[in-house]
Write a protein that binds this ligand. Structure first.
Ligand code: C5P
Length: 219
């Protein structure tokens, strides 16, 4: 039996997480936050004081990572049993994740782990290469973006709400740097799939975006 997948790709801060979670809830489908896998790997590598420039070492850590996702009302991520959820959203973690995510060996190791999330009754998958690589045969693909300024504002607000100290200029620079690295890398760069529905959320509310995506899934 074919298990339907809705992929939502796009740059950081475009609102993928919020939108994907809301849609997964509405459809009662499973949810894959693929960025949190790369972020967990970053935390694991930093905690082990591993050499971030060593692709092979990073791939080995990825292969041996004991990750578990608990998706109740709030997603709880555990690494070898320890709750690392609060460490996932920081820009430092995002920057290390984006560096490690450029390694083809790391991406190869993480491919199957991500595919395993395709479970009945369906999956909403959020990331950079969900529609182009991991679920290239997905039924519905969305590429969700917004201007860098708008994304920095949203990320700033999100971090503040979580009680994490943040600076808007620094976030804008970090977002631009991460966009550049994610788009220019050779392995699975951030790019819209040919058959993706392109959605710019700069001037849309969260509900407007959710309704547009839901309308696509109903078709
Ligand atoms: O989406 P999020 O900001 O949590 O992702 C963190 C980093 O992980 C991204 O900047 C990107 O480099 C990497 N990533 C990726 N492929 C994905 C999801 C995330 O390369 N599917």
């Amino acid at each position: 039996m074919r298990i339907p997948v809705l992929t939502i790709d796009g740059p950081s801060g475009a609102g993928k997480g919020t939108i994907s979670r809301a849609i997964a809830k509405k459809l009662a489908w499973n949810y894959l936050d693929s960025g949190s896998i790369y972020r967990s790997l970053a935390i694991s590598a930093v905690d082990q004081q591993a050499n971030l420039d060593d692709e092979q070492a990073m791939a080995e850590i990825a292969a041996n990572m004991a990750l578990s996702f608990d998706s109740g009302d709030e997603l709880v991520v555990r690494l070898a049993g320890t709750d690392i959820t609060h460490r996932l959203p920081t820009e430092e973690t995002g920057a290390v994740a984006s560096k490690i995510a450029a390694y083809p060996k790391v991406r190869a190791v993480l491919l199957q782990k991500q595919k395993d999330f395709r479970q009945l009754p369906g999956l909403v998958a959020d990331g950079r290469d969900m529609g182009t690589v991991v679920f290239s045969n997905a039924e519905i693909k969305v590429f969700l973006t917004a201007s860098a300024e708008e994304r920095a504002k949203r990320r700033f607000k999100q971090l503040k709400e979580k009680g994490i100290d943040a600076n808007i200029d620094k976030i804008t620079k970090e977002i631009q740097e991460r966009d550049r690295r994610d788009s220019e890398r050779k392995s699975a760069p951030l790019i819209a799939a040919d058959d993706a529905f392109y959605l710019d959320s700069s001037n849309l509310t969260i509900d407007e975006v959710i309704n547009k995506v839901l309308a696509l899934t109903e078709k």
